[in-house]
Design a protein around this ligand. Structure first.
Ligand code: HEM
Length: 291
């Protein structure tokens, strides 16, 4: 989406692109880990040297192809890792919604109420609706809290300091554990539970820098793409909730929420589900009785 391009099924392009993003994330994670081994980091770099040459070269090759296509269409291009994090977040949010049908129905009802209120029962949800879809926003925030695509925010200490009883010397690389902060039982009630309602009450609903919500990092180096990413995730999820019923493709047990770890945290098994189009936007069909 960020590259305004599309991967066709030809020559398995989409798969090649996905594999490259995954490999590149894994390599970045390994390099970061190697960097933290202080004087031994050179050993880590040495072991990773082949991958470190090969993966960027293949990325360059892929980006070159995409940029060339864009030049031909006189369009500008922006290629970065933001696509992976945003698509991961969409997948995690949909996975949680599929595992929580009542929450799915409530999110759909909110969209339908808004659309009926707008006087046009048959229109699709629009990006400008997002600020008024408070429950949907809470759903996305809760999915980002439980499954932050970026699980650690790296920093280097500019001066020696003491944090939580630990002395950290100047120049040491540290990583803020975004994943653990978001599941800290001292901050969150029932931290492992998917409960969007928590973002409808109290101080955590006020913004991304709220205490304990660190999916976009924090402070001056906080993710500058947070508002864009949040809007894109909400819009994509809203459209999928409004337009389709979903069935998990393999099995009745719902989506297995195991994660695979690279530089971003993705669902371990690709989310395969079957959409069933909701064509009836007529008001009489919009009641959701189980709410
Ligand atoms: C769900 C989607 C995304 C998540 C979870 C995410 C998360 C993060 C996190 C945790 C950081 C580190 C912040 C810190 O160190 O405190 C970061 C940095 C960054 N993000 Fe995102 N991001 C997302 C999407 C995007 C998008 C869409 C863009 C650009 C359009 C973007 C651009 C950046 C940039 C440029 C940085 C580096 C900022 C700096 O070092 O000063 N991100 N992101």
């Amino acid at each position: 989406m960020a590259m305004s391009t599309r991967c066709s099924g030809e020559e398995n392009e989409a798969e090649r692109c996905r594999k490259l993003v995954k490999e590149s994330n894994e390599l970045t994670a390994k390099m970061l880990l190697a960097h933290m081994f202080g004087p031994f980091k050179r050993v880590g770099y040495f072991l990773l040297r082949r991958q470190a040459k090969e993966v960027p070269a293949r990325c360059d090759e892929l980006f070159e192809t995409i940029l060339l296509e864009h030049e031909q269409r006189s369009a500008s291009a922006a290629a970065n890792k933001s696509t992976g994090t945003t698509s991961d977040a969409i997948v995690w949010t949909m996975a949680e919604l599929l595992n929580h049908p009542t929450i799915f129905k409530r999110a759909r009802q909110e969209i339908r109420d808004l659309i009926i209120g707008s006087g046009n029962n048959n229109r699709l949800v629009e990006e400008t609706d997002i600020p008024n879809l408070h429950y949907l926003q809470a759903v996305v925030k809760e999915a980002l809290r439980l499954h932050p695509p970026v699980i650690a925010a790296p920093r280097v200490c500019r001066e020696a300091c003491r944090v939580g009883g630990f002395d950290i010397p100047k120049g040491v690389a540290v990583a803020l554990n975004v994943y653990s902060i978001a599941r800290d039982p001292e901050v969150w009630a029932n931290p492992d539970e998917f409960s969007p309602e928590r973002f409808l009450q109290g101080k955590v609903e006020k913004g991304f820098q709220a205490n304990g919500f660190a999916a976009f990092g924090g402070g001056r180096r906080m993710c500058p793409g947070s508002n864009l990413a949040f809007t894109v995730i909400c819009y994509a999820v809203a459209a999928m909730v409004q337009c389709f019923d979903w069935k998990v493709a393999d099995g009745e047990d719902g989506v297995r929420m195991e994660a695979s770890l690279g530089m971003t945290m993705s669902l371990a098994k690709p989310l395969v589900c079957i959409p069933q189009l909701q064509v009836c936007f007529d008001q009489s069909q919009m009641e959701v009785s189980s709410l």
